[in-house]
Each structure stands twice: as C-alpha cells, then as structure tokens.
Design a protein around this ligand. Structure first.
Ligand code: ME8
Length: 514
C-alpha cells in the first residue's frame, strides 16, 4: 500500500460552563463528516476535539454554583464527551485544557514568543467583558439607558478594569497577516474579507495575562499572572500532537493542521491571534481556518433565558442520528447561518431519505431478492439509458469530492441527490416489473444498473450517515473495509454477489399522536 497522506483537523474546543447545545453538535457533526470523508478517501486522519476549561467565565459560573472550577469543568466536559459519543464523532483525542500535558505546551509557546521579543509587561486599562473574556476599545462600546456600558458588537456588560498585564506585540504582525490572507487561509471568502479589513484597520498589542483571578495556566516566571484564556485555548491544537516535543511522531506527522473548523464568532481569534502567535513562536501555520455559520431556532438566537436552546440528545431520540446529521449538512449551505425547525427536518426525512433514497433501494433490492434469488445478476449489453445513468453516477464522485474538500457539504449532497432522483426516474421509465414477464434478461440489467448506482451513492454518503450507509452497503453485499473505501468506487459491482434479504433503511417520520 502506498504511504498515506496525513490530514489533521480540529473543532473549536467548547466552554464547558453549561451543557452542549445544537450549535456545538453542528460543528462536531461537520468536523466528523470531514474526518470520515478524508479517511474513506485514503488519508491518514487525526481528528481532535475537546473542552476549553480555564478563564474567568468558568471561575464565575463555578462560584455561582458553589463548586470549584475543576468540578464544574469535570461535570460539563463529561457531557460534551457524551454528546460526541452519541453523535458518533470519531475523534482521536478529546482534549481538555486542564489535561496535564497542556500546561507544558502553553508555557512552551509563551516562552518561544517571549524569546522572540514579542512579550512585554505593561499596565492595562480598558472596558472589559467577563462574558466575552475580551477588552473593548471605547468606540466599540455604548452607554445604555441603565447607565451601564455595553459592548456594541456582543451586547455584553462591561466594567472598567485596570491591571498589570503582559502584552503580545500583535501590532508587529499586521503586514504578515495581510499577506497570509491572500493565500485563502481563511474560508469562506466573505469571512476572509471581514478579517482582512479588520486587520487593515490596524492592530493593537494584545493583553495576554490576568491577575484578577487564578483559574488558568500560570505565566512562566511570574506566578502572579495566569495566561489570557485564548493563549492556552488555541495552543490545544499543538498539545494534542505531543508539543512541546517537536520530535514527537504525531507532531512530525500531523503539524501543521490542515483544517481548524470553527464558528464565525471566533474567526478573529483563529485568523488573527493564532497565526501571529505561531509566527512569533517560529512554528508552521495551519493550512486553513474555516468559519461556519450559526444555527438558529426558527430564526431566533438560542439562549437559556429565552428557553429555546435545543438539546442534541432530544433531536437524536426524535428523528434518529443519521437523519439529524443529514439534515444539518444538507439543509444549511455550509458557511452560512441556518435554521433548525421541526417541519424542515421532518420534510427532509420524508422526501430525501424515505422517498428518494429509501424507496429506490427498497424497490430495486426487493426485486433482486424475489426474482433473482438475491444474487447480483450478470448484466446484458448496456443501452444508452443504462450507460447514461452509470456515467452520471460515476461523474458525481469527482464533484462530491471537490465539494467536500472545500467543506461545501450541501453542494456535495445536492449532487448525489440529483443522481438519486434520476435513478428513480430511470427505474420508473424502464419498468422492470413489466420486463419481469416480457424480457427477464433486460430486467436483470436494469436491476444491475440500479444496484450499481446505489453502491456508488452509499459509499459516497458514508461520512454523513455512517450507520445507514453501512446498512445499505451490507444489503448490497459490500463487506466492511476496502470495498467501502472511495478507491473501490471504480470497481464494478460483481455479478454473483449474494445479497442478504433487504430491509428498509429509512423509515418515514410520522408525527407522534398527541
Ligand atoms: O467559543 N451555531 O467555545 P463555545 C453554530 N471555547 N455554532 C455555534 C453556535 C451556534 N448557535 N454556538 C456556538 C468557544 N457555536 C471557545 C473556543 S477554540 C480554541 C476556543 C460554535 O463553547 C462556536 O462558534 O462558545 C465555536 O466554534 C464552538 O461552537 C464552541 O463554542
């Protein structure tokens, strides 16, 4: 076997100061789909996710709940891990920033930046948001009717804070960052423009330590300070590969990361701070930062106070895991904001899954079972219609791969579902149930072509719906392993393959009786 190309991707690491919600599940599903896609396409994938456990927000939530920050982190990190397991997120490491190896990594990158002359001690005074863990410039704030000052961008309350702080010379990296954005480092393009125009406006040095609380990684050489949570949070991507040991086999193999998949609200941290830290530390830069959109509940932002936060667990119970995964990636053009609603998911399940794919599989495979003894037939000569159908299914492989490689999951799926729609049309037009009496050989060829299209579709769609496509591939007589890899798509369905008795893969969604 030829040497596999390494591919390292990560999600953001979530704040475990509450339970996971559907926004977290959305990111986990998208990243997992990407990881599975690259594995099936022959890459040596490493996939990391986890929790971001330090900072003032964690400390304050813990105080409110009368527990220690570590207890709070332990409780909630377990919930995030459970969610990932329930979603079948195929991570290689679930990192917690309270893991012991993470302290050494964060302190090491700090020392590298310091050795490069980019860290200095000064005084900080400004408008600080505990919620956002960020300082805002005066013109980014407003005083509201209650006399309090708020951040205009995020609407969070601000307090005037003065503290001694270490600073990172972010201002020195403006030109290098602007050069970097020309390479397509930030995706999608619209986000890249936003980031570039922000950086173009000028960069202030960044306050990177805190003295007002102690729940964080101690600053090397000055234990009165803990690191600003984003310095240690971003470093998680290195820790998971054995850093600071740059000779570690994982670090050698997988760094720089191929993809950091994150939400749009944290694009600035990943596209401005992170590459600047890495440049300063003399480490290679990740190849791509992709900022996805936000998921809303019927157009409304989810918030605990509104009481419209969606728990991923209840959605899996109601609709099924693969159905949820498919819905989120098919419905929302990846990169844009999207909406969750019951009607939209029920409609996708019934039209795309039960009617289009489910029925095609059920109709054709039950005919193979009934009329051909459950054995894949030797096809006769292909007609122009047969060949056109097969060509179309084969052609979609490349468009699917290109779309998924660019995280355009919706486009890849749309292309496959166009093939499925045409396969349904082909099947109906060929009328194999009529041919059964008039021309059984021709019926066998039509059933062969349909099964072959199903095989291609099922192999392609595995990253999105792993369980259902595994079930379908079993029904198509394709054993686990090589036969299900993308490289196997170009091998034809072998006549003589014995197929197990077909059973429905996608039940219709029925409204529960009230
Ligand atoms: O930002 N729709 O953690 P987090 C889609 N700890 N995505 C959403 C979302 C929604 N409604 N709500 C949140 C943090 N997300 C930091 C990250 S990385 C070094 C540190 C996404 O728990 C959000 O954009 O607030 C982010 O990518 C991820 O969920 C975790 O958010």
């Amino acid at each position: 076997m030829s040497e596999q190309i390494p591919y390292y991707l990560t999600t953001a690491i979530s704040y475990p100061n509450g339970s996971p919600h559907i926004g977290h599940a959305y990111e986990a599903i998208a990243a997992d789909t990407m990881a599975r896609f690259k594995r099936l396409d022959g890459y040596d994938v490493r996939f990391q996710t986890g929790t971001d456990e330090h900072g003032q927000k964690m400390q304050q939530t813990a105080e409110k709940q009368g527990v220690s920050p570590r207890e709070l982190a332990d409780q909630n990190a377990a919930q995030f891990k459970d969610m990932d397991d329930e979603l079948q997120v195929s991570y290689d490491r679930f990192i917690r920033t309270t893991d012991e190896d993470h302290y050494a990594a964060s302190q090491d990158i700090w020392k590298r930046m310091e050795a490069n002359g980019d860290i200095y001690l000064d005084k900080y005074a400004g408008w600080y948001s505990v919620r956002d863990e960020a300082y805002y410039a005066e013109d980014e704030t407003e005083v509201r009717e209650d006399g309090q000052r708020y951040s205009i961008g995020t609407g969070t309350e601000l307090t005037w804070t003065e503290e001694e702080s270490y600073f990172f010379r972010l201002s020195a990296y403006q030109d290098k960052l602007l050069e970097l954005y020309k390479t397509g480092f930030v995706q999608p393009e619209t986000r890249s423009h936003e980031i570039a125009s922000f950086v173009n406006g000028g960069l202030q040095d960044l306050s990177i330590s805190r003295t007002t609380f102690d729940w964080g990684v101690p600053v090397p050489g000055n234990p009165d300070h803990v690191m600003y949570v984003w310095v240690d949070a971003l470093t998680n991507y290195l820790t998971g590969l054995g850093y600071p040991d740059t000779e570690d086999t994982n670090f050698q193999k997988y760094w720089p990361a191929d993809l950091h998949l994150i939400g749009k609200d944290i694009a600035r941290f990943h596209a401005v701070f992170w590459p600047a830290f890495l440049m300063s530390a003399g480490l290679e830069l990740p190849k791509r930062v992709y900022a996805h959109g936000f998921l809303f509940n019927q157009g409304e932002k989810m918030s605990k106070s509104v009481g419209n936060v969606i728990d991923p667990h209840s959605l899996i119970e109601e609709y099924g895991l693969d159905q949820l995964r498919f819905f989120l990636l098919r419905e929302v053009p990846f990169g844009q904001d999207g909406n969750y609603s019951h009607d939209a998911i029920a409609s996708r399940i019934n039209s795309d899954l039960a009617n289009d794919l489910g029925n095609l599989a059920q109709r054709s495979l039950s005919m193979v079972a009934k009329n051909l003894g459950g054995v894949v037939p030797e096809p006769g000569e292909f007609t122009a219609e047969d060949q056109a159908m097969l060509d179309e299914a084969n052609a979609v492989v490349e468009t699917f791969r290109t779309a998924f490689d660019a995280q355009a999951f919706h486009r890849g799926l749309e292309g496959v579902w166009r093939v499925i729609a045409n396969a349904n049309r082909y099947f109906t037009a060929q009328e194999p149930w009529v041919l059964r009496k008039t021309d059984p050989e021709r019926m066998a060829t039509v059933l062969y072509v349909t099964a072959e299209v199903l095989r291609i579709v099922a192999i392609l769609v595995q990253p999105v719906m792993p369980d259902s496509m595994a079930k379908l591939l079993t029904q198509l007589g394709q054993p686990e392993g090589e036969a299900r890899q993308y490289a196997a798509i170009s091998q034809r369905l072998a006549p003589g393959t014995e197929l197990p008795k077909p059973t429905g893969v996608f039940p219709r969604y029925e409204e529960p009786e009230v």
